[in-house]
Design a protein around this ligand. Sequence first.
Ligand code: FEO
Length: 380
Amino acid sequence: MKDVLYVGVDDHEIELFEGQFPVENGMSYNSYLIMDEKTCLMDSVDKHFSEEWLNNVSKALNGRSVDYLVISHMEPDHSGSVVAFCNKYPNATLVSTDKSFKFLNQFYGEVKNNKLVVKEGDNLSLCKHNLKFVMAPMVHWPEVMFTYDEYEKVLFSADAFGKFGSLDYDDPEGWACEARRYYFGIVGKYGAQVQAVLKKLANIEVKAICPLHGPILDSDLDYYLKTYDTWSKYEAESKGVFIPTASVYGNTLDAANCLKEKLEAKGIKAIVCDLNNDSMTEAFEDAFRYDRIVFASVTYNGTIFPSMNTFIDGLVERGYQNKKVGFIENGTWAPMAAKVMNEKLSKCKNLEIIDIVVKLVSRLDDNSIKQIEELANKLA
Ligand code: FEO
């Protein structure tokens, strides 16, 4: 990209993104500057980084001023420095959707800069660079829009295609792992809306994707688009059995690990997650990633353990679907977990429930091990 300069910032202080997603490797808030006859900034950054961002912008401008600030998404991790920008560049025109300007006012009060309201298919010419606006409602808020630079064939994709992690962190797992956790944690509920915008992009040549978080994607674009297509269709990305487990004294976890061993002996990938101690946001990611899942919970207060309750609620609200599902329950005097989990999941579409329920009475025994073997056969 010749005329598109990165002017965003890395956040190394943040521990929980959006107050709930652990980001031990930080977070980036991306912003880009398009240098043409007119200059155009793409989005601001979180308010804690206003000064650093404005310095980056000023250096990149090299003495010029800003003509336009395009606001793709009004969530405060991106809009938090708009007011600081307007104070420094009162003659710049803000470009965004009608809804976005309404949200701007709600968050920050009246902003005096000129405003240009754009809608689907509208254009903004910077001279060589013609920007075309593509509405992307609910990816991840209703006011979101993408911007396509026809000259350099760059797609500014708001939150889409973003990932956790600062840009100066060289992620050994590459893009997909933390992009998947980001997608299913934050955008996952809106698969239909992601599908709608992917269809609009189908006939556009894209040479680079510039998201608001994570690295610029400028090679193998088909892979990223195809992966987003898979995720937003709620199709399984990988073959394997995910086993989220809620255990109090370790007996239910023993059963989950027993199932894992039996599956692995059959050559099937199996992943056990201890919902009480492992990351819930990683658990959401893996639940969507694999094609099969076995929920293992102890019975607690006549229902399921709180961590499993939270986990299943999170799946249901994200539109969980299209899986083969098994259950392991434990109960010392009145096991209820499988029934409760099954009922909670009944709101999900297209789940194939396996007819064998593994029932532990306090701990693994010969009978429950036999049931686990039968469950493993059904999963295979
Ligand atoms: Fe990166 Fe939806 O904000």
